[in-house]
Design a protein around this ligand. Structure first.
Ligand code: ZN
Ligand code: ZN
Ligand code: ZN
Ligand code: ZN
Length: 460
């Protein structure tokens, strides 16, 4: 039986679900276990405790309106602002990881924009546990789909493959593909992935490793494991697998749903990946989504003295790589066979070097091996290298320069001053770019950082 961390709440986790989850537990079964800070909430809930939430799975029904609470004036404005601000803080935490901010802004950060990821899903019997609602399995599938969508949005040049672990075997669920629709389709049918038996870390990792062995050095090789068991059933020594992953430069990250296992931590630490144990649903999602932005390449420190010139930094020299921009065939063109699936189709792309026809970009040409990308994809992967700096919440009315009564981006007037002075929320509804000093409303702030990736004030 997995240990339950339900009555603890992660401080870093800012997602909605985790917040009210704490709320629900303190109502339902938090007999004096709620922390001091929750006392007020717990007291409030006591009256209702008898007639509600006999079963944990019922709790989900109360959640959505538990978070939204009217303020003294009976307005929902404060709650809405709270949610927005929570989103802001989360996106700052996730999309601009802290270690990047700590790196001097002038220092070049290297990120791999051509990524190859194998998503390994635990499909063992322990995934049917209901400690995460509705079950670990359903929650994992739901988050995996959201993860894939977000991942392709942020990494348009990446490719994802999916491997499942069940009945002691690794099972290929989706082949490596750069098309989000194809990956989503492979994990769409839950009946094909019904959990059963024991997981095998070694078999699954070996299978993932095998599918990435041929990749060129300029692309990343990553494995993301979602692991809900406390056992692994391996045919050989898993440490040998670990060693070969280190040798092949495969980065393993793991999100555990049950509890920490030594081998899991070792897998992540030795390969340079991230390891996390999800405490609740919201934290699980946070841990997953932390892996969406491409990992920064750690500069390898050079021995002092040997060529430590002022201009050379610690990064190795950049390599050039060849890419081709394909010609898109119009939908009305005569049908011809594609080289990837051997299907008759009208639409497709022509490889600029060998003129063979492929179905999707980005991909590697099956005939000549050229990497084929579309230029919008390339441009979209650029923003990770130059993230928009987080805007500062303007705390004081006196801080406001004359003249700016409206948001610099959408030109709507800023709201009246509110008494809401929580961390990360501006009482005057203004968020200021540290570079250009322009003020933006909270909606535009979120949009700029999550979607546009470019400040409308300074164009950075
Ligand atoms: Zn094809
Ligand atoms: Zn070609
Ligand atoms: Zn605005
Ligand atoms: Zn700016």
């Amino acid at each position: 039986m997995a240990p339950k961390h339900n009555d603890r709440m992660d401080i870093d986790s800012d997602s909605d679900i985790s917040i009210d989850f704490e709320h629900t537990t303190s109502k339902g079964k938090g007999k004096g276990r709620a922390k001091a800070g929750d006392k007020r909430k717990a007291d409030k809930g006591k009256g209702k405790a008898k007639d509600t939430q006999a079963y944990t799975w019922e709790a989900s029904f109360t959640r959505s309106w538990d978070t939204v609470q009217e303020d003294e004036a009976g307005s929902l404005q404060t709650s809405v602002e709270d949610l927005l601000a929570r989103g802001r803080r989360r996106s700052c935490l996730i999309f601009i990881p802290r270690h990047d901010i700590l790196l001097a802004p002038a220092a070049a950060i290297r990120r791999t924009i051509i990524r190859h990821l194998v998503l390994i899903l635990d499909l063992s019997a322990s995934m049917m546990d209901r400690d995460m609602r509705p079950t670990r399995f359903d929650l994992m599938l739901q988050y995996a789909r959201e993860f894939v969508t977000e991942w392709f949005d942020q990494n348009p040049l990446g490719q994802i493959g999916v491997v499942g672990m069940r009945a002691g075997l690794g099972e290929r669920i989706g082949v490596m593909s750069g098309n989000p629709q194809e990956v989503l389709k492979s994990i769409a049918d839950r009946h094909k992935m019904e959990p059963t038996g024991e997981p095998s870390l070694q078999n699954a990792i070996e299978m993932a490793r095998g599918s990435m062995n041929h990749l060129p050095t300029h692309s990343s090789r990553e494995i993301l494991l979602i692991f809900g068991s406390l056992t692994t059933c391996d045919p050989g020594n898993i440490h040998d697998t670990l060693d070969s992953c280190v040798k092949n430069k495969i980065r393993i990250s793991l999100v555990a749903i049950a509890a920490e296992m030594k081998i899991c931590r070792d897998l992540c630490e030795k390969t340079g990946g991230q390891f996390g144990v999800a405490m609740n649903e919201g934290h699980f999602k946070d841990l997953l989504f932390e892996l969406v932005p491409p990992p920064a390449q750690r500069p390898t420190p050079r021995p002092l003295g040997a060529g430590a010139g002022a201009t050379t930094n610690t990064n190795p020299a950049a390599d050039l790589m060849m890419m081709g921009f394909p010609t898109r065939l119009p939908d009305a063109s005569p049908p011809s066979l594609c080289v990837c699936h051997s299907e008759m189709k009208s639409q497709g792309f022509l490889c600029p070097r060998c003129l063979s026809k492929v179905c999707d970009v980005p991909t590697d040409c099956d005939i000549c091996g050229l990497m084929i990308v579309s230029s919008p994809h390339l441009a979209r992967s650029y923003h990770h290298l130059f993230p928009v700096k987080p805007y500062d919440a303007v705390q004081d009315e006196e801080d406001i320069p004359d003249g700016s009564k409206t948001c610099h981006a959408c030109a709507r007037p800023f709201p009246e001053k509110t008494a809401n002075a929580k961390e990360g929320i501006s009482p005057v509804g203004r968020y200021r770019c540290p570079d250009c000093g322009q003020d933006f409303c909270s909606e535009c702030d979120v949009l700029v950082h999550d979607v546009v990736h470019c400040c409308p004030g300074c164009g950075k």
